[in-house]
Design a protein around this ligand. Structure first.
Ligand code: G4P
Length: 279
């Protein structure tokens, strides 16, 4: 399958990012905990060098808790602070602020030594589309937020949300572009629903996902759909179509409907908490 992200979009996103990164101390990068690598763009490491770094493993509610732990350890090992999060329900949100302070402690110390007082930490949220950046900003800023408006030295039109007396957040997230060079990245983004279904071949995608689940979570399909699992992915989709009565005119099996149903259930967490990548 061919996934698209136009060069024009990418250049614009990159330019915005470079401009905004100059203004901040901390990059809060949101990733999808089900695909922590495929939902990142490592270019942010180059753009954000010398900045404090925090990775939010978001949608942790949909991902495998054991793997969440492993991914958190993996990123910490590489020098990132991490927080596991469900931005939608707010679970884990109270852990973010203390980690933000911790991640910026060197900067705060530097300021203190130079006699700079009351200069808040400035942070920006970044991530590829659909990882939950806006949901996080809303949850983190909460109702108590006050927009601080333009300030001297800050590019006109930028709004900062005051989280508390020590932390300010840029109100619009930085959009990173997915890295489609590797075909498997596009497929995984499609599986979790981060690429418009209209441009996808859902049957092909569901076969790939069936293969992944059988490999990583043997038995989980059998349990949910009462099918016999095997390497034969078409047979698994056929059995799902049969067991879920996906029938079209002429009493034929409706593979499209079965694929749709299966992908929806996966994306909504009905099959279980699943992580599609291993550290
Ligand atoms: P973005 O700014 O990075 O593009 O993402 P956005 O916040 O718009 O979130 C994308 C979708 O992911 C939204 O769903 C949002 O509700 C959902 N989401 C965000 N964080 C979490 C999380 O931690 N757990 C779960 N389960 N979902 C999360 P949507 O389909 O666009 O809307 P809706 O289903 O909420 O109505």
């Amino acid at each position: 399958m061919n996934y698209q992200w136009y060069p024009g979009h990418m250049t614009k996103a990159k330019r915005m990012m470079q401009e905004n990164i100059k203004l901040i101390d901390l990059i809060i990068e949101v990733v999808d905990a089900r695909i922590p690598l495929s939902s990142r763009n490592p270019d942010i490491d180059e753009l954000g060098k010398n900045k404090a770094r925090l990775i939010l493993l978001n949608k942790a509610d949909l991902a495998d808790e054991r793997e969440n732990e492993k991914w958190a350890a993996y990123f910490q090992e590489k020098g990132y602070y991490t927080v596991k999060l469900n931005a939608k329900s707010g679970a884990g949100i109270k852990n973010v602020l203390p980690v933000v302070m911790e991640a910026c402690k060197e900067k705060l110390e530097r300021d203190r030594k130079r006699g700079i007082k009351n200069r808040p930490i400035r942070a920006m949220v970044v991530g590829i589309p659909n990882v939950g950046k806006s949901t996080f900003i809303n949850a983190f800023a909460g109702k108590a937020c006050t927009k601080t408006g333009n300030k001297p030295g800050v590019t006109k039109g930028k709004q900062w949300i005051r989280i508390n007396k020590n932390v300010e957040l840029l109100d619009t997230p930085g959009i990173l572009w997915p890295k489609f060079e590797d075909q498997s990245v596009g497929a995984k983004l499609a599986m979790v629903g981060s690429i418009k279904d209209e441009i996808l071949n859902l049957e092909e995608l569901s076969l790939e996902l069936l293969g992944c689940l059988h490999e990583f979570y043997a038995g989980i399909l059998e349990k949910r759909y009462e099918i016999t699992e095997s390497e034969d992915r078409v047979s698994m989709l056929t059995q799902i179509a049969e067991n879920r009565k996906c029938i079209q005119k002429g009493n034929e099996l409706d593979y499209g409907k079965a694929a749709n149903l299966f992908l929806e259930e996966f994306r909504n967490g009905k099959i279980g908490r699943i992580t599609l990548e291993r550290p």
